[in-house]
Design a protein around this ligand. Structure first.
Ligand code: ZN
Length: 353
């Protein structure tokens, strides 16, 4: 078989509501690049936004794009034999970001908000950066991380969203002994629960509209569950030390501001809709609340892999691994939080090296 004509299945978004599984060419790695046989790709809320709305936040789709940035697989080959990286045949997770390294944010050590980063499967720049939802992808070798011993690929597929959660927790400051509120029990909210507990939080309270989502938060280590739409719920805390907003709706941010203690920290992690968002800004003033954003991550990726290797309980957050040919049903399942937490696309086992 000639490599020039080899094709593999890929999951391409063309426009809102127009998601296609297509044969895409197997790419050739250049110098400093690696060819990876993708095993699993986690479906993220941003993938769902591209599928439903043709964009996420202020990023709009302007050309067909391979989705996906939560990717694990096996190293196949490098473009040049002297490229440093895990040996062919090694199981790896792919760090989705390649910051520019020269902009003011990179110079300040805040590479996660690099103004010129390349992030897998993102329409933030044009041409878009193609994503990882294909059975073979090429990425810079520096983005590969060998999986720690004992960590299987299915759990390792949580490394990217767990890194997002670890970064949000880091933005929140010292959580040891604290009561932490998390609004929103989607996959990211659940991983924030686990990250907060790992950071020493004494108590984590989670709110969501859906009982099924709250049960996933319990599996992630939440101590108290609250129905967000029930003001009479006896589990509402009177006050919390720190809050992380992980629902991406303004009502969640408002809840955080009303419940955090005076002088406390609120981290906005969920991506709010484009345009202004209503919230009780007066409380920022009268209670001297610190409102901080959290966006993606940088060095947290390695810590996420270590945490996943050490904690089998994360398996409960992976609801299903759906063959890529059934991508449409995988996206439907991922969008239905009454039936799922994290849903993976399964690209199949790599051929023997
Ligand atoms: Zn930069």
């Amino acid at each position: 078989m000639s490599a020039a004509v080899a094709v593999v299945p890929g999951c391409v978004i063309h426009a809102a509501g127009d998601l296609r599984v297509e044969d895409v060419p197997v790419p050739r790695p250049g110098p400093g690049e690696a060819l990876v046989a993708v095993r699993y790709g986690g479906v993220c809320g941003s993938d769902l936004h591209y599928w439903r709305h043709g964009g996420v936040g202020d990023f709009r789709l302007r050309e067909p794009m391979l989705l996906g940035h939560e990717v694990v697989g096996t190293v196949v080959a490098y473009g040049s034999p002297d490229t440093p990286g895990p040996a062919a045949g090694t199981s790896v997770a792919v760090h989705p970001a390649t910051p520019c390294g020269v902009c003011p944010e990179c110079a300040d050590g805040r590479r996660n908000v690099c103004r010129d980063t390349r992030y897998l499967g993102s329409a933030a720049r044009f041409p878009h950066v193609q994503g990882g939802f294909a059975a073979r992808i090429v990425v810079p070798a520096g983005q590969l991380r060998a999986l720690p011993a004992g960590l299987g690929m299915r759990r390792a597929a949580l490394a990217e969203p767990l890194s997002v959660a670890l970064h949000a927790v880091r933005r929140a400051g010292d959580l040891s002994g604290r009561h932490v509120l998390v609004t929103g029990a989607g996959p990211i909210g659940c991983l924030v629960v686990a990250a907060a507990k790992a950071a020493g939080a004494a108590h984590v309270t989670v709110t969501d509209l859906l009982p099924a989502a709250l049960e996933y938060a319990r599996a992630a280590g939440a101590d108290t569950l609250v129905r967000a739409d029930d003001p009479q719920d006896a589990n509402w805390p009177a006050e919390v030390d720190t809050a992380v907003e992980a629902s991406g709706v303004a009502a969640g941010l408002d809840t955080c501001l009303r419940l955090v203690r005076r002088g406390g920290v609120v981290v906005q992690l969920g991506m709010l809709p484009p345009g202004p968002s209503p919230f009780a800004g007066n409380l920022l003033v009268s209670r001297e609340i610190e409102l901080r954003g959290a966006f993606r991550f940088d060095g947290e990726f390695d810590g996420a892999l270590r945490l996943l290797a050490a904690e089998p309980a994360f398996d409960a957050l992976v609801s299903a691994a759906v063959p890529v040919r059934d991508a449409a049903s995988a996206f439907e399942l991922a969008a239905d939080r009454s039936r799922s937490c994290k849903v993976l696309l399964d690209f199949g086992a790599a051929p023997a090296a």
